[in-house]
Ligand binder design. Structure first.
Ligand code: ZN
Ligand code: FE
Ligand code: FE
Ligand code: ZN
Length: 292
């Protein structure tokens, strides 16, 4: 059987996965109103989207890149109308919360108080270094790249151990600017972290934002997705859209990668409860015709 997942005809007839990673201008580095993200999702033909803006951190952690705690009500109020309307795609309410040393005291209480469908867990800092922030990119030039990767996966394991998060997002984010390590070493360090992700009952995300970054590939690399599949870790998909035009971007390729690795299902979330749905299913003929 030849696989031709990327042909336009096939892409039109096959439903794309839900986009479970969208930002809003409240994080101060995204643009476009939620309704504009929804409109793009509708045009692309997505069934569900989930807003997952960067969580507030009252301790002052990374405060330039996230809403203030007292802006959370505004975030909720921005998304509610989309959730209430009865048009596709269905809109879910989520958050992208960072794991960092000391985050637990706030997140343990706060996450449970909010009506989230989904909580993404991310690592954006190694020690005090926001390693994926373009403003800090030059720090990579004076950093031991292997050491950074090793430290990163230790943090991923700690993230999982908190049991605070539903999905590990952009699983190999340190490659963002092109700082890679060889695949054998990558597997060796990623494997124990993924053991902990599996033990925590978490899913991992295929995040297409990397396609738009210097590295030019999705997070995670196929090697890491294989390790996740071996551990029966479910998957979600996210564009990590910081502008409406990003919604659903690269999802045909992301689906193809998941199928190639052996996945046949993906995770859906409601009120932080997970179910599995077929990764790929045919759209009704009428819908497919309309898209063409
Ligand atoms: Zn962001
Ligand atoms: Fe992130
Ligand atoms: Fe994000
Ligand atoms: Zn992100």
């Amino acid at each position: 059987m030849t696989t031709d997942y990327l042909s336009p005809q096939r892409a039109a007839a096959v439903a794309l996965p839900d986009d479970y990673h969208l930002h809003t201008p409240l994080c101060r580095h995204a643009e476009g109103e939620p309704a504009a993200y929804h409109a793009v999702a509708q045009r692309v033909g997505l069934a569900e989207i989930c807003f997952t803006d960067h969580a507030p951190a009252p301790c002052g952690y990374d405060e330039r890149c996230r809403m203030q705690l007292d802006q959370f009500a505004e975030y909720n109020a921005m998304i509610r109308p989309l959730m209430a309307q009865n048009v596709k795609p269905r809109t879910l309410f989520g958050i992208e919360a960072d794991y960092y040393e000391g985050c637990e005291s706030f997140l343990e209480r706060w996450l449970n108080e909010q009506p989230f469908d989904l909580v993404l867990g991310s690592i954006h800092y190694i020690g005090g270094w926001g390693f994926d922030n373009p403003d800090n990119r030059a720090v990579w030039d004076r950093t031991d790249i292997r050491r950074a990767w090793q430290d990163y996966f230790v943090l991923v394991a700690k993230l999982a151990d908190t049991r605070l998060f539903d999905v590990l997002t952009h699983p190999d984010l340190p490659k963002k600017f092109g700082h890679r390590i060889d695949e054998k070493q990558l597997r060796e360090w990623a494997a124990p972290a993924l053991d902990r992700v599996a033990a925590a009952g978490m899913a991992i995300e295929i995040n297409t934002a990397g396609l738009r970054k210097p590295v030019g590939e999705m997070y995670p690399a196929p090697a890491i997705l294989e390790l996740a599949h071996e551990r029966s870790i479910p998957i979600t998909f996210g564009s990590d859209a910081h502008a409406p035009g990003d919604v659903g971007a690269g999802f045909a390729a992301a689906t193809a990668m998941a199928l190639a690795v052996g996945y046949s299902e993906r995770a859906r979330f409601r009120s932080r409860q997970r179910s599995l749905v077929p990764l790929e299913h045919q759209q009704p003929i009428a819908t497919a015709n309309r898209i063409r």
